[in-house]
Ligand binder design. Sequence first.
Ligand code: DAU
Length: 328
Amino acid sequence: MFVNKYPDYHIYNLDKLTYAGNLENIADIENKSNYTFIKGDIADNTYIEKIFNEYNFDAVIHLAAESHVDRSITNPLEFVMTNVIGTVNLLQAANKTWLDKTNKLFYHVSTDEVYGSLEETGKFTEETAYDPHSPYSASKASSDHFVRAFFDTYKLPIVISNCSNNYGPNQFPEKLIPLFINNIQQNKNLPVYGNGLNVRDWLYVEDHVDAIDQIFHKGKLGETYNIGGNNELTNLELIDTLIKVVDKKLNRKEGSSKKLITFVEDRKGHDLRYAIDLTKINSELNWNPTLNFEKGLEKTVNWYLDNEKWLSNVTSGDYKDYYEKMYD
Ligand code: DAU
């Protein structure tokens, strides 16, 4: 989005291309003259210092992370390597190369999961104390603390945002929405963890990108902004709506895929509820989510069902082993 919207910026996209990274997702920008792709691992300190010296970046938008809670439960160390060590490597490289820190910015994109879990009421504000429960959220909480420590200690210009659950096209089908779209289409079971009453706040990915754009350009240094969709749903409510939309698109009898719902063992340490108070980002940056959930879901379902080849490419190979280990 930045590549097209800001032709005067040169965007360097650094990615390790792990299982969830897919250059097919950004094929439309690969030949743009203001865009360069760099394959690399943020956990590799020597390499990170080398590219910071070589390219002399003005700003960093740090989105690189291991992001899936279930994977963090089976392999926490991988999350420490990328999310914690990787973040500290980027901070150090920025701090070393930015001798003059004016007009520089290190923007860390993080998650609402750092705040832990809510009961039935209340919302996360930027003042909520950190209380992460999964290895994933613990690694993101740690990286947020490092980002703030670099602001306090070295005056590195930083900003942080903590966002709720994203959905939309191109999302790797380990996350609830694309996983279930794929399973409904293939008449496979829909594995609902626990009683399905956990609540998540869903935000369409383009609204998140727009919030990042606002925070990057107008956010105050040293500050944190929460981002959310104002769209809380229990997993069962979400799954019901999803089934309706997918059945309709597949010309199946409405609701017929409900029979696929299967209650399975709960996720370990499963957070009950996330909800975001949007007061700060709304009043300071005038940002609000724009896309209505039913429309966003319909767009998402249409995208997945119209892109079967994409889906079959990403669900072959390693994905099959992961799926079998997780669900079979
Ligand atoms: O809140 C923001 C976070 O949202 C991001 O920081 C994470 O990177 C992202 O993965 C997401 O975390 P969740 O754990 O909330 O997303 P996930 O899609 O894995 O699960 C959503 C809900 O659905 C959660 O309550 C667990 C449940 N679930 C998930 C899967 C994959 C199931 O019941 N069955 C499933 O098979």
